[in-house]
Design a protein around this ligand. Structure first.
Ligand code: UDP
Length: 470
C-alpha cells in the first residue's frame, strides 16, 4: 500500500481561485489526504480578517497553511489596473522563495509526510520547472473556463496563422483556428489580450508560457462538469489526456462536505442583510449586479448602468466593491430620480455572499462581468445572465453563455443605458420563459454531475485514486 499522499495547493492570490482551492483542500482532507495550502501573506491575513478560516479549518488535523510573500508592499491594491504588478512581484520574490522551499523540503511539518503532489494555479508556469527539478508530480488547477483555456492552448496556432494579433480591427470576423468554435467565436470573443497591437506584452507572455506548460503537467483539474464543456473538452483531451472535471466545485463541496450556507472564504466582509431584503421581493424579479473582485468601471459607465437599471423598472441588488470605480463624482449632482428610485427598488452594497444570493428565489437575472466562478455559480442556480465582460477569459465566457448554452445575453463592448434597460427587461420579462427553460436544463445537468456517482464525483474519486497510487 502506498503512503498517504501529501498535496501542496498553491492558488493564484485572487478571490475566485482562493475560494475554489480552499474547497478542494477540504474535499481532499475528508478523503484522508494530507494537505498544505500555500497562500500569499496578504491573502492569508485577509482570509483571517474576513472569513475566520483558521478557526474553521482547525477541525482538520491533516490540513496546514503556509504563507509566502507576493513581493508587493502591504498597501498595494492588488486589483484593477494594478493587478499585473502581482506577476512582477511573484516573479522576483515568490518564485525563488518557492523554489527554495521545495528544494529544502520545508513544506512538511515534522509529523507530516513530505509533499508528494503539487497542485498550483495553471498560470504558475514556474511551479512546473520546480516540480520537475525536485521530481514531484504536478497537476495544474485551472481557474479560468475550459473554453478560455482552449483558446490559450490554441494561441501559438492563432499567432502562427496570423489570426492574432488583429489590432482591434473587424471584431466580427470569425476565428478559424480554435477547433470546435469555428461557427460562433469571433475576434471580439477572444481573450482580451488578443486585442493588443503586438504579442510582446506581459499578459500574452504569461498565457503563452501557460499554454506550453499545461500539457507537460501530470494532469489538469477543471472547475466544470463534462456536459457543460464537452464542445472543447473533446479537443483539449488530445493535448492534455488526463483531465479531471470536478465542478462546479462549490456545489460538489456542498454535496460532499457541508450544506451550510455560512461557509465563506471571502476576502471582503460580506453584507448578509441583502438576503433579508431579497426575502421581501417577488420571485425571479430582482437583477443582481456584480463585476467580481478585480474588474473596474469608469464613472461614465457606472451612470449608464445606473440609468439602465432604474429605467428598467425592476428591483436590483448591486455590489459596488470598494475601489472598483475609476474616477470620482459629486454625489450632490446625482439626478434626484436615480436616488429616489434606487431607494424604492434598489439595494447597493460593497460585497455579498454571492452563492447564497444567486440561490435566492427572488433573483431573476445576473448582470455580470462573466468571471468563470460567477458564470458557473449562476449556471448551477439556473439564473440567466447579462454579460458585460472585461478581461482575460471573460470575453470567451460571455460568448459561450449567449451562443452555446443560450442562458443569457452578451452585451460586450457596449455600455449604454438603453441596452442595459432592454437586456434587464428581456431577462426578467420578455424572454423569461425561454430563459427559465434553458437555464433549468443546464442547472439540472450540473446538479446531476455532483449527485452520487455523477461525473464530477467520479472524476474527484479518480483523481484521489491517481494521486494515492502515483
Ligand atoms: N463574490 C462574492 N461576493 C460578491 C462578489 C463576488 O462572494 O459580492 C465571489 C463570487 O461568488 C465568485 C468570486 O467572488 O466566486 C468572483 O470570481 P469570478 O471568477 O467570477 O471573477 P473575478 O473576481 O476572478 O474576476
Amino acid at each position: 500500500m502506498s503512503p498517504t499522499p501529501h498535496v501542496l495547493l498553491f492558488p493564484l492570490p485572487m478571490q475566485g481561485p482562493v475560494n475554489c482551492m480552499l474547497k478542494l483542500a477540504e474535499l481532499l482532507c475528508i478523503s484522508g489526504i494530507t494537505v498544505t495550502v500555500l497562500n500569499t501573506d496578504y491573502i492569508h491575513r485577509t482570509l483571517i480578517r474576513h472569513s475566520n478560516v483558521l478557526t474553521r479549518f482547525s477541525s482538520y488535523d491533516n490540513l496546514r497553511f503556509k504563507t509566502i510573500s507576493d513581493g508587493l508592499p502591504e498597501d498595494h491594491p492588488r486589483s484593477g489596473q494594478r493587478f499585473l504588478d502581482l506577476f512582477d512581484g511573484m516573479k522576483t520574490v515568490t518564485e525563488p522563495v518557492f523554489r527554495e522551499m521545495m528544494v529544502s523540503g520545508c513544506f512538511s511539518f515534522k509529523s507530516d509526510p513530505p509533499v508528494t503532489i503539487i497542485i498550483p494555479d495553471a498560470s504558475f508556469s514556474f511551479a512546473l520547472d520546480v516540480a520537475e527539478e525536485v521530481g514531484i508530480p504536478l497537476f495544474y488547477f485551472e481557474t479560468v473556463s475550459p473554453s478560455a483555456l482552449w483558446t490559450y492552448l490554441c494561441l501559438p496556432k492563432l499567432i502562427g496563422a496570423g489570426e492574432v494579433p488583429f489590432n482591434g480591427n473587424d471584431l466580427n470576423v470569425l476565428i478559424k483556428n480554435v477547433p470546435g468554435t469555428e461557427t460562433f467565436l469571433r475576434r471580439r470573443d477572444l481573450p482580451s489580450f488578443c486585442r493588443l497591437d503586438d504579442v510582446d506584452n506581459l499578459v500574452t507572455k504569461i498565457i503563452m508560457k501557460e499554454a506550453r506548460c499545461v500539457p507537460r503537467a501530470h494532469g489538469l483539474i477543471l472547475n466544470t462538469f463534462q456536459a457543460l464543456d464537452e464542445t472543447v473538452l473533446v479537443h483539449m483531451r488530445k493535448l492534455c489526456p488526463d483531465i479531471y472535471c470536478i465542478g462546479p466545485i462549490h456545489t460538489l463541496y456542498k454535496s460532499l462536505v457541508t450544506t451550510q450556507s455560512s461557509v465563506s472564504n471571502s476576502l471582503w466582509e460580506e453584507n448578509a442583510t441583502c438576503l433579508s431584503w431579497l426575502d421581501t421581493q417577488v420571485t425571479r424579479s430582482v437583477v443582481y449586479v456584480s463585476i467580481g473582485s478585480m474588474a473596474m468601471m469608469t464613472v461614465e459607465q457606472l451612470f449608464e448602468f445606473w440609468h439602465g437599471l432604474v429605467n428598467s423598472g425592476k428591483p436590483f441588488l448591486w455590489v459596488q466593491r470598494p475601489g472598483s470605480v475609476i474616477g470620482e463624482y459629486d454625489h450632490n449632482l446625482v439626478p434626484k430620480r436615480l436616488i429616489d428610485e434606487t431607494k424604492q427598488r434598489g439595494f447597493i452594497t460593497t460585497w455579498v455572499p454571492q452563492e447564497a444570493v444567486l440561490a435566492h428565489s427572488a433573483i431573476g437575472g445576473f448582470l455580470t462581468h462573466s468571471g468563470w466562478n460567477s458564470t458557473i455559480e449562476s449556471i448551477i442556480e439556473g439564473v440567466p445572465m447579462i454579460c458585460w465582460p472585461q478581461n482575460v477569459d471573460q470575453q470567451v465566457n460571455s460568448r459561450f453563455v449567449s451562443e452555446v448554452w443560450k442562458v443569457g445575453i452578451d452585451i460586450k463592448d457596449t455600455c449604454d443605458r438603453g441596452i442595459v434597460e432592454k437586456a434587464v427587461r428581456d431577462v426578467i420579462d420578455v424572454r423569461k420563459t425561454e430563459f427559465i427553460e434553458s437555464t433549468r436544463m443546464l442547472a439540472e445537468l450540473g446538479g446531476q454531475s455532483v449527485a452520487e456517482d455523477g461525473p464530477s464525483v467520479m472524476d474527484l474519486n479518480r483523481f484521489i485514486k491517481t494521486i494515492t497510487t502515483l
